[in-house]
Design a protein around this ligand. Structure first.
Ligand SMILES: *Cc1c(COP(=O)(O)O)cnc(C)c1O
Length: 341
């Protein structure tokens, strides 16, 4: 198959309109068959629930070319499950998990020419999403929905190596204790736009959010979970019911334990203990792990011993092992890598 003529290493993280997208519609209490379409525009009534009351949620995963030339994606069943959990919390119908995985494969196959070749560092980002589509003016869930998937090629996350980030403690809260922090809803991102722009204007890459109730415990950043490495080589990650359950983070915990034979702790992490850690990283599908070099707490700096030049040694090992599994260089645990083509 002829690949699209793109400068794969330099496409950045931006939307490119690809050839096909998937649409399924929910009406009268049931999903239709679903199909691939050419039209990238979504036309809805002005009063659609998604516009008025933000009844929308999404997922994000990647497809890529492995060393031996296959197109694969990473743990799509986990995204299907997470979207089902999200949908329930938002009173949206669940898109069947097996159909979710099939639809992901279908869209990627239909856009195979857009899947970046092995070795470019670029990947095909897959964005499943769902929204309430019929007019709703009194506050209630929609009765009709669209589940859609589009794909867009994205460049390597780190151009010229992963430089450690400087992040800051946010004075804003990300998620209420019994709110929606644990689901992948658009609304969590709408409210994060102001804090992230304020952080950027102040020269920081990201916000680290603390638990809103006591402001003593680490939660996550706006779009990534957090892992720490202790000085004696343990992996520690915050546990809280207002953190989004990152598939990357959960995979890294498994890799740490079963591939690197590290001790792993998922527990409450007090901000007070953060200066004791040796390394820190942000994890999510886009970057896998972004190293953190420094945390700014209202002018007081916490500098990790791993420094500002490169990833910490342990985080580098975790990164290499997980990306090795994803790219087919290291044997994957059963069911982690789904072959699409
Ligand atoms: C999507 C997301 C993540 C990362 O999840 P992955 O499944 O690893 O991509 C982390 N935090 C938030 C708030 C997210 O929305």
């Amino acid at each position: 198959m002829e690949k699209k003529d793109l400068d794969w290493a330099n496409i950045g993280f931006a939307y490119h309109k690809t050839d096909k997208r998937y649409v399924a519609e929910y009406k009268g209490g049931a999903w239709d068959e679903g199909k691939l379409v050419d039209d990238a525009d979504v036309v809805l009534n002005e009063c659609a629930c998604v516009f008025q009351y933000a009844q929308t949620c999404f997922e994000g995963l990647k497809a890529y070319t492995t060393e031996d030339g296959h197109i694969v994606c990473f743990r799509p069943d986990m995204n299907a499950k997470r979207m089902a959990d999200t949908a329930k919390r938002l009173e949206m119908p669940v898109f069947p998990e097996d159909k979710f995985v099939e639809a992901v494969c279908e869209v990627v196959r239909a856009n195979a020419a857009w899947v970046p070749p092995y070795g470019t560092g670029a990947t095909l980002y897959i964005r499943p999403y769902m929204m309430g589509t019929n007019p709703v003016i009194g506050v209630k869930p929609a009765e009709e929905y669209q589940f859609r998937i589009f794909v867009t090629p994205v460049g390597p996350y780190f151009q010229g190596g992963a430089k450690p980030l400087t992040i800051r403690i946010s004075d804003f809260d990300r998620a209420a204790p019994n709110g929606t922090g644990n689901i992948k809803a658009g609304l969590n991102y709408a409210m994060s736009l102001h804090p992230i722009m304020e952080a950027h204007r102040a020269g920081f890459a990201e916000n680290m959010y603390l638990d809103p109730k006591t402001r003593t415990k680490v939660e996550e950043t706006g779009g990534a979970n957090i892992i720490f490495i202790t000085k004696d080589g343990k992996l520690v990650t915050p546990k809280s019911n207002s953190i989004l359950p990152s598939i990357t983070r959960r995979s890294l915990l498994y890799v740490a334990e079963h591939y690197l034979h590290m001790q792993v702790e998922e527990r409450e992490v007090f901000f007070e203990e953060v200066p004791e850690f040796a390394e820190c990283g942000l994890c999510g599908t886009a970057a896998v792990i972004s190293p953190v070099g420094k945390i700014n707490d209202h002018g007081k700096e916490i500098c990790f011993p791993s420094g500002m030049e490169r990833m910490g040694e342990t985080i580098q090992k975790l990164y290499d092992t997980l990306t090795g599994i994803q790219m087919g260089r290291i044997e994957a645990p059963e069911g982690w890598v789904k072959t699409i083509l």
